[in-house]
Design a protein around this ligand. Structure first.
Ligand code: SF4
Ligand code: SF4
Length: 190
C-alpha cells in the first residue's frame, strides 16, 4: 500500500525551545525573513488558576483535501504518492492563488525562487534518504512523532491509538495529516 505520511505535535511534551524551527531553517536553507515552521508560544491562565504555556506549531498541516492544490491553474501545486503536498517551482506562474486559498496561512513566497514554499516533511532531502524530517530528529522532548498513517504498526499509529488528538479547523473538511495532542494542564473552573 502507498505510504501516507503524517505527524503528531504533542502539546504536553513541547517546551517551545524552537529547535525544530532552527533545524528546519538549516536543513531547507530557509532565508531569515520567512519560515516553513515556527512554534508559537502563548502564556495561559488555566481554569484552576495555574499558569502555563500553549504551543502552536505553525506550518503546513498536509491536508488530504487540499484547497491549495484545487485552485492551482498549472498543477504546480500537487500531492505526491506519499500524500505530501508539494510545489513544482518550474510550473508555477506566481499567481499566488494557493497562498490565498490555504486556510492555515502555511504558504509564503520564497525570496529566491519567487514561488510559494512551505513544509514538505523534508521530502526532497531527509525522507529521500530514509530519515525522519529534521524537526522530528532534533526535538529534545519527542514532542513530534512522524510516520506512515497507512502502516498499522507505525509509531504514529501507535501514538494515535494511545493519545487524544485533534486537527486544526476540522470543520473545513481539509482533513489535515497533522494531529495535535492538547495539553492537559487545564481544569474545570468551579
Ligand atoms: Fe495546502 Fe495549506 Fe493545507 Fe498545507 S495547510 S496542504 S499549504 S491548504
Ligand atoms: Fe499554482 Fe504557483 Fe499559482 Fe500557487 S502561485 S496556485 S503554485 S501557479
Amino acid at each position: 500500500m502507498a505510504k501516507k505520511y503524517g505527524m503528531i505535535h504533542d502539546n504536553n511534551l513541547c517546551i517551545g525551545c524552537q529547535a525544530c524551527n532552527v533545524a528546519c531553517r538549516s536543513e531547507n536553507q530557509i532565508p531569515e525573513s520567512v519560515y516553513r515552521l515556527q512554534v508559537w508560544v502563548k502564556q495561559e491562565e488555566y481554569p484552576n488558576g495555574s499558569l502555563g504555556y500553549e504551543y502552536h506549531r505553525q506550518s503546513c498541516v498536509q491536508c488530504e483535501n487540499t484547497p491549495c492544490v484545487s485552485v492551482c491553474p498549472t498543477k504546480a501545486s500537487y500531492v505526491n504518492d506519499e500524500g505530501i503536498v508539494l510545489v513544482d517551482v518550474d510550473l508555477c506562474v506566481g499567481c499566488l492563488y494557493c497562498v490565498a486559498a490555504c486556510p492555515y496561512q502555511a504558504r509564503y513566497v520564497h525570496p529566491v525562487t519567487k514561488a510559494p514554499d512551505k513544509c514538505t516533511f523534508c521530502h526532497e532531502s531527509r525522507l529521500a534518504r530514509g530519515e525522519e524530517p529534521a524537526c522530528v530528529t532534533v526535538c529534545p522532548t519527542d514532542a513530534l512523532i512522524f510516520g506512515d498513517l497507512n502502516d498499522p504498526k507505525s509509531k504514529i499509529n501507535k501514538a494515535l491509538s494511545e493519545r487524544v488528538t485533534y486537527r486544526q479547523k476540522e470543520s473545513l473538511g481539509t482533513q489535515p495529516k497533522m494531529f495535535i495532542v492538547p495539553n492537559h494542564k487545564g481544569g474545570i473552573r468551579s
